[in-house]
Design a protein around this ligand. Structure first.
Ligand code: ATP
Ligand code: MG
Length: 688
């Protein structure tokens, strides 16, 4: 068939391999290619191409790693389609099913869950809630009181989750990932069984359940085929970071591989701690023998000197399938390796560079500071705030994960699902005079239907609770009953009216917290209903209120701060990697096994390959131990072991030294001589 001009237009600008991928027929297609080679761009074009060829948008399922990525891809696909529409007259559509695995699972379960006996109004527990429920069950079984120390709730949850997501038995999981918990097999099995029962009786699903239930739904004789028939095409980005369960879901969605497109890069697999396995991508051709395998080797993102440095970093990996990349984006300086005196020096350097770049016309939003762990940016955040440089932070503690926001939402969750014991155990102890034991008893009194909180009305509260108790009962009765039809901002407002006065008694700095609650009330109007808001906030918590406030204004410019994990798939003109010292990259928390160190290496590679034109890698060589309260207690650090001499050759070495002056006291300038990396690492440990 001769291609119409519009399709030709859609394909223009793609290289031959990308074109082949975009216009590939229905057979299973696998693209394994390195960073910045246009994998995501290819998927976007393929979606647009499929629609231009007549595929109904609602019959396309696009699975991505973050909701941010999904929104971005659908926006890009719309852009491509709009161009096409100018000639075909077929308008762009926003009805493509796009989102994370968890978000799509929720949508499908709300639609089809009834068939497997799932209550329509099920609530979704985030990780924190799940741990809390695990703790309730653990205490109930008396496991918290045993002589030997039983694993904490977070560890129990991690073990449970690992079993579910890797579809493995408990014993091998303990053996491999939690060896210090061996010996507790029987208790853990008992705990997990009880946890599963408890969720069932409460009508809640945790994150892992969303995948498990989706998987089960697809295995159901009646519903399974219906869901399969709902989609003609399934496209998956970042496949290297899916886990076994996710791979099986894909397999059940496309048992013969028809209409399946999968892209990924084994050199960027960074989520094995969440049971992701790179084998999924490498074994796809085994699962579908008629798989077409395409590779892409031209990197369009980074300038050649940056790519060369990144290639040498990943060149140190023991096992890798994708090849070294090339770029024809010549010119630009080499990346910089910045030896900073200490953390203050690093902060000063990074801020100076950011402002210099902005002077040169690079907006803040085209610049990003990346780090291994969320708390690595604290000092920088303080300095940016002081200098009034706006920023957004991704990864780490999110607005929605802050205690007061969780509290407020817990009221709404309890109203939505009165049996949600985790929400109840959060709400009730906010009332003075009610502790965990009373809260448990009160939750046991909650009824199933009609007026669920009726029994609370006749309960005699202790003296301290006497003032607040009737107001709480009235609030909850109203929110679960007649008030549930009030507008969402109105509902939040009522909760706020009850909860705000309690803030001062529960937390320090109540004023900013109270302002956050006001923000939430404003934001509430953006959601269709209570359940939608609770689900969306649980599945993809925004990192700041600004995130929730809708698309930023055009002149609203802000710098990006992000953990490396959250920077996956993204790109910026200028990238600053901070704290690139041993102990941070690789993280001390992840140097237990060669595999973990390999994953840290790939993580470092992901960070470097986010940069288009400028890359600065900063290594503070001295860390002060603020916790001890003495300003000069410090330890030395070494640049990351991933920047070996062979790699460092591809960087320009820079020593800003800005925090030192000639007359600085000599102690501060003493070079770190006579130390071995071993002692340094030991000293640096435990500083934060
Ligand atoms: P990652 O592995 O980091 O997810 P990726 O392989 O998904 O990267 P993209 O984000 O799709 O890569 O593309 C990287 C950059 O290259 C983007 O800015 C994209 O617009 C650009 N790009 C991709 N293909 C081409 C092309 N054929 N011509 C010009 N630019 C391209
Ligand atoms: Mg990508």
């Amino acid at each position: 068939m001769a291609e119409t001009p519009s399709v030709e237009q859609l394909l223009s600008g793609l290289n031959p391999q990308q074109r082949a991928a975009v216009t590939h027929g229905r057979g299973p297609l696998l693209i394994v290619a390195g960073a910045g080679t246009g994998k995501t761009a290819t998927l976007v074009h393929r979606v647009a191409w499929l629609i231009a060829q007549g595929t109904e948008p609602g019959r396309i399922l696009l699975l991505t790693f973050t909701r941010r990525a999904a929104a971005e891809m659908l926006r890009r696909a719309d852009g491509v389609l709009r161009e096409v529409a100018k000639t075909t007259g077929r308008g762009p559509s926003s009805r493509v099913w796009g989102g994370t695995f968890h978000a799509i699972a929720t949508r499908l379960l709300r639609r089809h869950g009834r068939a497997i006996g799932l209550a329509e109004g099920f609530s979704v527990h985030d990780r924190g809630d799940s741990e809390d429920l695990m703790n309730v069950v653990r205490t109930g079984l008396g496991l918290a009181k045993t002589d030997r120390r039983f694993p904490k709730k977070g560890t129990c949850m991690a073990i449970y989750s690992r079993c579910v997501n890797s579809r493995s038995k408990l014993e091998p999981v303990l053996e491999k990932a939690f060896p210090w918990c061996r010996g507790w097999e029987d208790e853990l099995k008992r705990l997990f069984d009880a946890y599963v029962d408890r969720k069932e009786s409460l009508g809640v699903l945790d994150y892992d359940d969303l995948l498990l239930y989706w998987h089960a739904l697809l295995g159901d004789e009646t519903v399974g085929p219906r869901i399969r028939e709902q989609f003609d095409c399934v496209l998956v980005d970042e496949y290297q970071d899916t886990n076994t369960l996710q791979a099986e879901i894909i397999h059940r969605l496309r048992p013969d591989g028809q209409g399946l497109t999968v892209v990924g890069d084994d050199a960027q697999s960074i989520y094995s701690f969440r049971a992701a396995t790179v084998r999924n991508i490498l074994d796809l051709p085994k699962r579908y023998p008629d798989t077409t395998l395409l590779t892409l080797e031209q990197n369009y993102r980074s300038r050649e000197p940056i790519l060369e440095a990144a290639n040498h970093v990943i060149g140190q990996a023991k096992e890798r399938f994708t090849k070294n990349l090339w770029s024809d984006r010549q010119g630009g300086g080499r990346p910089r390796l910045v030896a900073c005196e200490d953390e203050d020096d690093q902060t000063a350097y990074v801020v100076r560079r950011i402002l210099e770049h902005r002077e040169e016309g690079i907006d803040l939003r085209r610049q990003a500071v990346l780090f291994r762990a969320s708390h690595h940016s604290i000092l920088l955040e303080a300095e940016l705030t002081r200098r009034e440089i706006p920023f957004h932070k991704y990864g780490g503690l999110k607005f929605i994960e802050t205690a007061h926001i969780k509290d407020l939402l817990a009221f709404l969750r309890l109203a939505e699902n009165p049996r949600d014991v985790v929400a109840g155990l959060r709400v009730l102890p906010l009332v003075p005079g009610i502790g965990p034991a009373k809260a448990h008893a009160l939750m046991d009194m909650v009824g199933g239907s009609g007026e669920p909180f009726a029994a609370w009305k006749t309960w005699r509260p202790p003296e301290a609770a006497r003032a607040a108790w009737p107001a709480l009962v009235e609030l909850m009765t109203s929110l679960a009953g007649p008030g549930k039809n009030a507008g969402l901002p109105e509902q939040v407002h009522r909760v706020r009216a009850f909860y705000s006065p309690l803030l001062e008694q529960v937390y320090d700095n109540p004023v900013p917290r109270s302002r956050d609650l006001e923000q939430l009330e404003q934001i509430a109007s953006r959601y269709r209903g209570r359940r939608t808001m609770l689900t969306e906030l649980t599945l993809d918590p925004p990192s700041s209120t600004q995130d929730l406030a809708g698309p930023p204004l055009l002149d609203d410019d802000y710098l990006i701060l992000s953990t490396i994990h959250s920077a996956k798939g993204l790109e910026w003109d200028c990238v600053y990697v901070i704290h690139a010292v041993d102990g941070n990259i690789p993280s001390d928390m992840a140097t237990g096994s060669p595999e973990e160190i390999e994953e840290e290496l790939r993580l470092f590679y992901v960070a470097l390959t986010r940069a288009k034109n400028w890359l600065d890698v900063c290594c503070p060589l001295r860390y002060y131990n603020y916790q001890r309260g003495t300003s000069d207690a410090h330890g030395y650090a070494l640049p990351s072991r991933f920047i070996s001499d062979n790699v460092a050759k591809f960087f320009d070495r820079v020593t800003p030294g800005s925090s030192l002056t000639e007359d600085d006291e000599p102690e501060k300038r003493q070079p770190p001589t006579g130390l071995t990396s071993e002692t340094i690492r030991r000293r640096t440990k435990g500083l934060w």
